[in-house]
Design a protein around this ligand. Structure first.
Ligand SMILES: NC(=O)c1ccc[n+]([C@@H]2O[C@H](COP(=O)([O-])OP(=O)(O)OC[C@H]3O[C@@H](n4cnc5c(N)ncnc54)[C@H](O)[C@@H]3O)[C@@H](O)[C@H]2O)c1
Ligand SMILES: O=P(O)(O)OC[C@H]1O[C@H](O[C@H]2[C@H](O)[C@@H](O)[C@@H](O)O[C@@H]2CO)[C@H](O)[C@@H](O)[C@@H]1O
Ligand SMILES: [Mn+2]
Length: 444
């Protein structure tokens, strides 16, 4: 049966992931056809680096698709079926501060974890609220598929701000990416793999892995990871920093091996070691500018002024882009495909607060996310999650109430910090450089 085509708005269209997202959308155009693509960014100069390439891909593979480029929020959000949201509020300039300021105090400097994730979260909540308010001014029907980070903070804040909005969905590609890597190790088709998983975003564990025929792969995979380096599915394209990030999954499993931890848990278990290995003058923000951004922009430059694709490569994204399109497809055509999803807990993890936003296996369909009940989690994991959830909750409350004390409490609770004085020092520095994005008031 022919599938109804949809109108999508890409928010944060200037992202260096957009060209590969469009390439993937074109690869999957029969599964999720698009009648109109609206590219929206607050910085159209940045989108300008990739605009000709994106237009050329759409023109080549789906000439019937209408293309709109706009810097006007109302035009972007007034009439779309789906928003694919991938904004980076503050762009790479602010990512760089997020990563470098904590390192000054011997603290983890990371995009989504620790003080950097806190500062980024405080920026993202504002940008996301502005977007959701604008979309909802026009329609309650539009699906908002959010990938903006830190998804844990953004997801929790949006759940608190829009508690009845089941068309507002937050996703992370990290569990998906790990499953693609597991499939490669096991030499099986990832489409046949199903997982059981629990945690918070960027703070979770795989606890089961089997295929649609019921073959259980978990013990085989665990044994493999106890004895072999964990490499991402696309190791040859990864920088050393990402390869090291995957290797610490082995390291974590050499201590506690009953489950498979997601990569970013390492920032909470090996904070000191990671800080020692970090260069405070050159962090991941610098690396992405010199690698991914440059490579993408170089390919896109080949399309400037061209009417035909010819030998210009079609960028695709087997994780970030594929997941986005599969999520939209599953919702649009009510396929109820399984993903690792973020959702309000409401008893899915039955010994964890009902109002937390957790990450578990679940399905996506016309009614939104349906989490699969997990059951209780064991004390070690529950303790870690409770601590992390308290940090996330205080971060959201600090933003909503502009409360300095709550921000300080949040940072002190964060396992990568754990020290009042360091928390205060890093908070004061972050607050200073984030003045245009968020403010806090001292009330004592
Ligand atoms: N959920 C996940 O697992 C996952 C995976 C990868 C990336 N991400 C996130 O996706 C986003 C994009 O990442 P990237 O590295 O490709 O970003 P990028 O820095 O290349 O591009 C982000 C774009 O967002 C734009 N932007 C900033 N504020 C905006 C706003 N209010 N409205 C619309 N656009 C705005 C910027 O101008 C920029 O062009 C980030 O938030 C990143 O953390 C999430
Ligand atoms: O440092 P970056 O910008 O390269 O990546 C930050 C993102 O990292 C995670 O996504 C990874 C994923 O874990 C990895 O396996 C692979 O597929 O690439 C993804 C990045 O494209 C994380 O989930 C994201 O939230 C981060 O933004
Ligand atoms: Mn993620």
């Amino acid at each position: 049966m022919k599938r109804t085509p949809h109108t999508i708005t890409i928010s944060g269209a200037g992202s260096c992931r957009t060209p590969a997202l469009i390439g993937t959308l074109m690869q999957m155009k029969d599964r999720f056809p698009v009648k109109k693509v609206i590219f929206f960014d607050k910085d159209l100069n940045r989108f300008g680096k990739i605009e000709d390439y994106c237009r050329l891909l759409l023109h080549t593979f789906s000439p019937e698709t209408e293309v709109v480029v706009t810097g006007d929020m109302d035009e972007a959000y007034c009439a779309c079926d789906f928003v694919f949201c991938q904004m980076r509020v503050g762009q790479n300039t602010m990512r760089s501060y997020d990563e470098k300021i904590p390192l000054k105090y011997g603290l983890v400097g990371q995009e989504t974890c620790g003080p950097g994730g806190f500062a980024y979260g405080m920026r993202s909540i504002g940008g996301m609220k502005e977007m959701v308010d604008c979309v909802r001014k026009y329609s309650k029907e539009t699906w908002i598929l959010n990938y903006t980070n830190p998804a844990a903070i953004v997801g929790l804040a949006l759940d608190r701000l829009y508690p009845d909005d089941h068309r507002l969905i937050n996703m992370c590609d990290q569990p998906y990416s790990m499953m693609v890597s597991f499939a490669k190790i096991l030499n099986v088709d990832v489409k046949t793999l199903r997982a059981r998983y629990f945690g918070l975003n960027h703070f979770g564990w795989f606890t089961a892995l089997y295929d649609t025929e019921g073959h259980d792969y978990f013990d085989t995979l665990r044994d493999y990871l106890m004895n072999h380096d964990f490499k991402p599915y696309n190791a040859e394209q990864r920088t050393k920093s990402w390869l090291d990030t995957y290797l610490r999954v082995n390291k974590m499993m050499n201590c506690v091996s009953e489950y498979i931890p997601t990569t970013y848990l390492q920032y909470y278990f090996y904070a000191d070691e990671i800080v020692k290995e970090s260069d405070p003058q050159f962090t991941r923000a610098d690396e992405t500018i010199l690698t991914r951004e440059k490579e993408v922009w170089d390919v896109c430059a080949l399309a400037r002024g061209k009417n035909e694709l010819g030998e210009i490569p079609v960028l695709t994204s087997p994780v970030f882009g594929s997941m986005m399109v599969e999520v939209a497809e599953s919702i649009a055509y009510d396929l109820n495909q399984e993903f690792i999803v973020m959702t309000r807990n409401t008893g899915l993890i039955d010994n964890f607060p009902a109002e937390a936003v957790v990450e578990v296996a679940g399905t996506l369909g016309k009614d939104g996310v349906r989490g699969i009940p997990y059951g209780p989690v064991k004390t070690f994991y529950k303790g870690l999650m409770e601590n992390q959830y308290a940090y996330e909750e205080l971060t959201c409350e600090a933003w909503m109430e502009k409360d300095y004390t709550k921000a300080l409490q949040a940072l002190t609770l964060n396992r990568t910090v754990n020290d009042f004085d360091k928390a205060k020092a890093v908070l004061d520095d972050l607050m200073e450089v984030n003045q245009d994005y968020w403010t806090l008031e001292k009330r004592d």
